[in-house]
Design a protein around this ligand. Structure first.
Ligand SMILES: Cc1cc2nc3c(=O)[nH]c(=O)nc-3n(C[C@H](O)[C@H](O)[C@H](O)COP(=O)(O)OP(=O)(O)OC[C@H]3O[C@@H](n4cnc5c(N)ncnc54)[C@H](O)[C@@H]3O)c2cc1C
Length: 206
């Protein structure tokens, strides 16, 4: 893992703001994150966990370390009569993940297509669109406590999801790095709720 100095964040936020981070690291595993947090050079610095950078507004240079969560991987981890449980790395692109699930015939995420960002941020604000929120298909997530340096599992109840809300925006604000998220997806495709406004082009996967 390489930690770079004085990195422009322009490619890492959708506003394209050219703020500079004093340090920047792309993290591909929990172990890399832990190693970095144990390094006295970086341990006490202010930090930002960055996903796809689509919901972050940089107003000035950042005199700390930006930890870009690039943990990848998608796998079905179990199955029951009606559902498949799909675990995805926080660094997976959200829309691509949704497309992959649709291509595999799995249902539940269709309405959340095209939302910018990465998997790891999806529970942060319980992303939603067209009558569906991720809480409807959420199973659990694995997060790393940045101070205690331990993994904790959160089920749906523990996340305290609300409208564009979760415990990670309040009680646990900036305390955890979300590493993986597991979704419970239906073996059959979902239909779009009849009451939802249809502004997007759904024909690509109808
Ligand atoms: C054009 C546009 C359309 C949008 N449409 C919708 C919509 O329809 N519905 C909706 O709900 N949202 C929508 N959003 C908001 C945005 O897509 C979501 O908030 C998305 O989840 C942000 O993901 P990200 O990876 O880009 O997060 P970032 O911008 O990188 O980060 C957002 C916040 O989450 C934190 N964070 C990110 N990843 C992690 C992690 N792994 N662990 C811990 N903290 C983390 C960051 O520190 C930051 O505080 C839209 C945004 C844009 C720009």
């Amino acid at each position: 893992m390489r930690v770079s100095e004085n990195v422009s964040l322009r490619p890492y936020n959708t506003f394209g703001i050219d703020a500079t981070a004093r340090y920047f690291a792309s993290l591909h595993s929990r172990e890399q994150l832990e190693t970095l947090l144990l390094d006295p050079k970086y341990a006490t610095l202010p930090r930002i966990i960055l996903g796809g950078g689509s919901n972050i507004l940089l107003t000035k240079d950042f005199d700390g370390i930006v930890l870009k969560n690039d943990i990848k991987g998608i796998a079905s981890i179990r199955e029951d009569h009606d559902y498949i449980y799909v675990k995805a790395g926080a660094g997976e692109n959200w829309h691509q993940f949704v497309q992959d699930c649709i291509a595999k015939g799995l249902g539940g995420l269709e309405n959340l297509s095209l939302i910018p960002g990465n998997v790891g941020a999806s529970p942060m604000q319980n992303i939603g669109a067209y009558g569906v929120e991720i809480k409807d298909v959420f199973h659990e997530l694995e997060a790393f406590h940045l101070r205690d340096r331990e993994i904790r599992l959160f089920d749906r109840e523990a996340c305290a999801f609300g409208y564009r809300e979760s415990v990670f925006k309040h009680q646990y604000k900036e305390q955890f790095a979300i590493l993986h998220v597991t979704y419970r997806l239906s073996k059959s495709r979902s239909s779009i709720p009849a009451t939802a406004p249809l502004n997007r082009n759904w024909s690509a996967w109808a």
